[in-house]
Design a binder for this molecule. Structure first.
Ligand SMILES: *Cc1c(COP(=O)(O)O)cnc(C)c1O
Length: 368
């Protein structure tokens, strides 16, 4: 238990309690080697993470948001180009496109799965469309067979937002291995999290990997020779050292998340006002978040908070209604499913170390 009687949404202290000594050793090693920028641990982590994903290349960078921006830039997607994504994602998905100069075009969610409505995605394609952006939201893979077929038929690129997808699979293959490029985040609370910000891109394409290596490092691979107008977006060696330790635990952690998700299903099966996440290929879901739907959500959220339970809302405002994107001129009502979800979704505490008694306490608080 972390903290007397309180159950956080994510418990990084419980994780530290399990692997603290390994993390300290790795961090001290990196400090002592002093290769702080693009050091040995970055190169090793890139190899190990590429192998985990089943991608030919991994290029680490400073955050998931940067990873998305770099993904579009590496595909030469920018001003005048549209990219299609669901309205119910984290705002960084569209911001990544905006920061590359492209225009996000939103489509509605499928109310059953809460994932992108792929039929709507197809209908939204125009002559300006350059890429499809499937988001593996909550740790559940989008149907990448359908996305790949659609992209091939319409000659579009695929940029996977895998920021919530570490450990998620589609037909046995890791997310992040399907698209032209995939963006990952290592924000501390993700399934694989650094001790600060971090991100990465995976790709099967040599040309894309090469461009990404330039773009994240001032457009340079040889010191003081600059081929393209790149930025400074590198993963710190210190963070890479920490991520290498955590990556070794990731398969086991995802298995424990799956066990926790099964336990919630059992505990909540007979609570009539709680709508559970739709049954899916449970062995392929990475359960970054366990998202239920309840009527009168804000009251339920307050009940849980009063009981010391850190429930969350992912996300309370759909992207098309965010002030940051008002210039896209979407109106309320544009995406009824995404808007309806925003008012009813509730993320329950889930992390590998969560104890059955903690989950039982969450279920008990949801019954009232
Ligand atoms: C976390 C997240 C991002 C952004 O990652 P950062 O590392 O926080 O910049 C992008 N997309 C989704 C779906 C995310 O959950």
């Amino acid at each position: 238990m972390s903290g007397h009687g309180s159950i956080p949404l994510v418990d990084l202290r419980a994780q530290y309690a399990e692997i603290g000594p390994e993390l300290k050793e790795a961090a001290i090693g990196a400090l002592e080697r002093t290769d702080y920028i693009l050091g040995a641990d970055v190169a090793e982590f890139e190899k190990e993470f590429a192998a985990f994903v089943g991608a030919k290349h991994c290029v680490a960078c400073a955050s998931g948001t940067d990873a998305l921006t770099l993904a579009f830039r590496a595909l030469d997607i920018g001003p005048g180009d549209d990219v299609i994504m669901q309205a119910n994602t984290f705002v960084a998905t569209p911001l990544g496109a905006v920061l590359a100069g492209a225009r996000p075009v939103f489509v509605d969610a499928d109310p059953a799965t809460m994932q992108v409505d792929l039929a709507a995605m197809e209908r939204a394609i125009t002559s300006r469309t350059r890429a499809l952006v499937p988001v593996h939201l909550f740790g559940q893979a989008v149907d990448m067979s359908r996305v790949a077929a659609l992209a091939r038929r319409r000659n579009l690129a695929v940029v996977e937002d895998a920021a919530q997808g570490h450990g998620a699979r589609w037909n046995g293959r890791s997310v992040g291995s399907f698209g032209d490029v995939a963006a990952w985040s290592f924000y501390p609370g993700k399934n694989l999290g650094a001790a600060g910000d971090g991100g990465a891109l995976t790709t099967q394409r040599e040309d894309v990997a090469r461009k990404l290596r330039l773009l994240r490092n001032y457009g340079s691979t040889v010191k003081y020779v600059h081929e393209s107008p790149g930025t400074n977006s590198r993963l710190d060696t210190l963070q890479a050292a920490i991520l290498r330790v955590k990556l070794r635990h990731l398969h086991a952690w995802v298995d424990r998340r799956r066990a926790a998700a099964r336990r919630y299903r059992e505990l909540l099966a007979d609570v009539p006002h709680v709508v559970l996440p739709q049954e899916c290929r449970e062995e392929e879901h990475a359960w970054h978040l366990f998202v239920v739907r309840v009527p009168d959500r804000d009251r339920v959220l307050k009940t849980l908070q009063d009981a010391g339970i850190g429930a969350g809302i992912h996300y309370p405002i759909p992207c098309h209604l965010q002030g940051a994107l008002r210039n896209l001129e979407y109106a309320r009502g544009a995406f009824p499913a995404a808007e309806d979800l925003a008012g009813r979704i509730l993320s329950l505490p889930i992390y590998p170390e969560i104890e059955p008694a903690q989950q039982a306490a969450v279920a008990a608080a949801l019954r009232v």
